[in-house]
Write a protein that binds this ligand. Structure first.
Ligand code: C5P
Length: 396
């Protein structure tokens, strides 16, 4: 997506990753954005103002007392005509300042005086990222509506491994592009289920599956990015809640069914990504089952089909199912589309999707099949949301 004419203030703070801000500027300018750069004093020790000036094609600002600005209040004007302030890299120190509203240099003053949204791409050593104060500050920023991009995990300049690397410039660009994208689901309510369910066998054992919840969480995030009000009903997973999404935690398929029943009537769209256990143990043992010689049999009974129930409501939301198959994908996905009476189903091969960060998906509907290709689950979720938005009946 082009960023033609988008007015961005890129703030650079002190850290090794500041050199990546040069590449980020190049990408933003190439996409058509008009980029004004402001740097902290510390940032200018890592990357030169001349480099940033050449890449942005504009004067670079560092000093609160710069005499290129005519009056003392003029500095604030540097952020007034902006549509977005992007801080990349954002150091631990700068995020602490943002979280507490400090304004003791040009960039922090521009941030506190802004009228536009703020996006930050943290970059720091893993210990600094995990420090309790940083965690608190990031939470505060998120609660204040600041978009936090990353950080990523991997090798660090200090030689350590872990969370804290700045998200790569191309990925930050993608986030900026999504930020400026028209909001296709504004005013719509979306209900998403995600993750596995757990069916108790006894007080300490469960029947479950290898779903990580990553796809469902990506779908919830993509729907939120598209402007929807999103409720995510989640089985047990170890994933952070996407910003702005309401999350309801459940354990068993029946818990999930109850939670879905409460929300389905109000939803415009239901995207059922959860790998719901088809069966539960008929009589879970009240006490831990002891090992006995020989074999153990468990009697299973069928769980309710949550998606089929929602699709059969008198006025159902637009229902999207997921079919994770180990073979004959098209045939099995089509059979589910018909059986559950869905307008759309997403097919993927279980061995290419379960637990992984990427996948390859194909949409099936009455018109035929639409491959969305391979990519990260977030990329695919965004494409899926776009497809769903394009098929919605017009608003009453
Ligand atoms: O029939 P199958 O389990 O393969 O169908 C998969 C689709 O149905 C998924 O969208 C899944 O979330 C949903 N489903 C459900 N309740 C079940 C089983 C599956 O909502 N008990």
């Amino acid at each position: 997506m082009a960023l033609t004419g988008r007015r961005i203030l890129l703030g650079i703070t002190g850290g090794i990753a500041a050199y990546k801000a040069a590449e980020l500027t190049r990408l933003l300018v190439k996409a058509g954005a008009e980029v004004r750069v402001a740097m902290t004093e510390a940032a200018s020790r890592f990357v030169g103002a001349a480099t940033m000036q050449a890449l942005s094609g504009q004067p670079v600002w560092t000093d609160l007392w710069d005499d290129r600005v005519k009056d003392a209040m003029g500095h604030i004007e540097l952020s007034r005509d902006r549509e977005l302030i992007l801080i990349a890299p954002a150091s631990a120190d700068f995020m602490a300042k943002l979280a507490h509203g400090l304004a003791d240099d040009l960039l922090s003053t521009l941030c506190i005086a802004r009228r536009c949204p703020l996006m930050v791409a943290p970059a720091m050593n893993v210990e600094m990222w995990q420090n309790a104060a940083t965690t608190r500050n990031v939470e505060t920023l998120r609660a204040d509506g600041v978009h936090v991009v990353g950080p990523a995990s991997g090798g660090q300049a200090c030689g350590e491994m872990g969370m804290g690397r700045m998200t790569e410039p191309a990925d930050i660009l993608a986030d900026v592009q999504f930020f400026f994208q028209p909001k296709a689901l504004a005013g719509r309510r979306v209900l998403v289920t995600a993750g596995p369910t757990e069916e108790p066998v006894d007080p300490v054992r469960v029947l479950t599956n290898t779903s990580s919840g990553k796809m469902g969480y990506a779908v919830a995030r993509a729907a939120r990015e598209a402007g929807a009000e999103v409720t995510l009903i989640s089985g047990p997973v170890a994933l952070p809640t996407p910003v702005g999404v309401t999350r309801v935690d459940v354990r068993t398929a029946r818990d999930m069914f109850e939670a879905v029943k409460r929300d389905a009537q109000h939803a415009d769209i239901f995207i059922s990504v959860a790998a719901v256990a088809d069966y539960r143990v008929k009589n879970p043992a009240a006490q831990k089952i002891k090992k006995a010689n020989g074999h153990l049999s468990l009697e299973l009974e069928e769980n309710p089909d949550i998606l089929a129930w929602v699709a059969a409501l008198p006025k159902p939301p637009f229902c999207v199912g997921f079919a994770a198959e180990s073979e004959n994908l098209a045939q099995n996905a089509r059979a589910k589309l018909a059986k559950k009476k869905l307008p759309m189903i997403v097919g993927n091969l279980a061995q290419e999707a379960l637990g992984r960060d990427d996948s390859a998906i194909t949409l099936y509907d009455a018109q035929g099949e639409h491959p969305l290709g391979r990519g990260s689950k977030l990329e695919l979720a965004r494409k899926l949301v776009e497809q769903v938005a394009g098929r919605l009946p017009p608003r009453k």
